[in-house]
Design a protein around this ligand. Structure first.
Ligand SMILES: Cc1cc2nc3c(=O)[nH]c(=O)nc-3n(C[C@H](O)[C@H](O)[C@H](O)COP(=O)(O)O)c2cc1C
Length: 353
């Protein structure tokens, strides 16, 4: 176990859950952020940099092309974490839990030897993973895009959930976190992270205010110095704004957010109709390889900097946002029953006047 750095002091909104209270992994982080797994972008260097910076670093298992590579990646991260070069963070492997994904069982066998702190399932039911990971003392989070999926994942015994909301990079959700978080908090009191368009520290603070434990941040780390993104993708990320993000399920069959310039470069006619029209000549277009993805927060990617610098900025901006919010909080005079829950900006409940 590595040394634990002091947790960043936060001034959470009174009445919201305390971030990380229910999760051994998130309790030791500097700020409650998971550098989200990204296909062809996240590798061991990014994961270790995230660990050093005091957040969770994650990579999708299929980024390691062969199982032997996966074994090697897990070994190098596990070594990096135990040799003292790492920090107060944690590391995670993202598994594709889809029933058609054939490497899953072999990947689970391998990762049980290296014991990542956290395993995050996506694109399928987490059932095949939960017992194995709990067997060595790890935690399992499932990423979900609907309340029904969240309920099934909780029933399958996961420790935590990642709510993939609208505006996310990669395969995105469509719900607003403003509604999705409270809908899931109705039945899940455990660790809860929010994904989708979170590019700065104020947005991290915002999801904590909503009652989530933290933020699941992909795009903001996609152009980090330690990412595997190639130069052309990196340049496109640096130049892109939210208006350059196109949502479509036409590319992979699953709703995802794509960078418009990469679609146009590949010959797609994005402006032909209100929604993207991908009926053109698609020869040579390869999702993730030359059709690149980013979330609505892509405007926050302004330069190629280290993961450490990004985390420092997220931490400083999160603290500023929380101070700003605390300054607006109503006086905690307990005789004022309207504010007895302490919820920020809480208006009357339905039926109250
Ligand atoms: C380029 C790219 C590749 C991604 N690949 C994966 C993946 O392999 N597995 C996965 O679970 N999520 C993947 N995601 C989604 C992220 O894990 C995360 O949900 C998303 O990036 C959060 O939204 P944000 O990008 O707006 O921060 C990917 C996202 C991006 C931008």
């Amino acid at each position: 176990m590595t040394a634990t750095a002091p947790r960043e002091a936060g001034v959470g909104a009174a009445g919201s859950r305390v971030a990380g209270a229910a999760s051994p992994v998130s309790a030791r982080l500097r700020i409650p952020v998971i550098a989200a797994p990204m296909f062809l972008v996240s590798g061991p260097e990014l994961v270790l940099a995230a660990h050093r910076a005091g957040i969770v670093g994650a990579f999708p298992a299929p980024n390691a092309r062969e199982l032997a590579d996966f074994d090697h990646w897990c070994a190098s991260i596990s070594d990096g974490v135990t040799t003292g070069s790492a920090g107060s963070g944690a590391w995670a492997v993202n598994l594709f839990a889809h029933r058609t994904y054939q490497r899953l069982d072999a990947e689970v066998d391998i990762l049980c030897r290296y014991r990542p702190d956290l395993v995050i399932t996506s694109l399928g039911a987490p059932n095949r993973v939960v017992d194995a990971v709990h067997g060595y003392g790890g935690e399992v989070f499932a990423d979900v895009v609907t309340v029904a999926q969240a309920k099934r994942a909780v029933a399958a015994g996961v420790d935590g959930l990642v709510l993939v909301c609208a505006g996310g990079g990669g395969h995105t959700g469509t719900f607003s976190p403003l509604a999705f978080v409270p809908a899931v908090r109705d039945f899940h009191d455990g660790p809860l992270f929010v994904a989708g368009g979170i590019g700065d520290g104020a947005a991290v603070a915002a999801v904590e205010t909503l009652g989530a434990d933290g933020a699941y941040v992909g795009t903001r780390f996609s152009a980090a110095a330690e990412s595997l993104a190639g130069d052309e993708y990196r340049d496109m990320l640096l130049a892109a704004e939210m208006a350059d993000v196109v949502t479509s399920r036409a590319v992979t069959g699953v709703t995802a957010n794509w960078l418009r310039p990469s679609l146009e470069q590949a010959g797609y006619d994005v402006d032909d109709v209100g929604a993207a029209n991908f009926s053109g000549d698609l020869q040579g277009a390869k999702p993730w390889k030359n059709l690149w993805s980013a979330g609505h927060g892509v405007g926050s990617v302004r330069s190629v900097t280290t993961v450490q610098a990004i985390v420092d900025e997220l931490a400083a901006d999160r603290a500023t946002a929380m101070r700003r919010l605390a300054a607006r909080a109503p006086d905690t005079d307990h005789t004022d029953t309207n504010h007895s829950t302490g919820a920020v900006g809480r208006g009357p409940e339905k039926g109250e006047s």
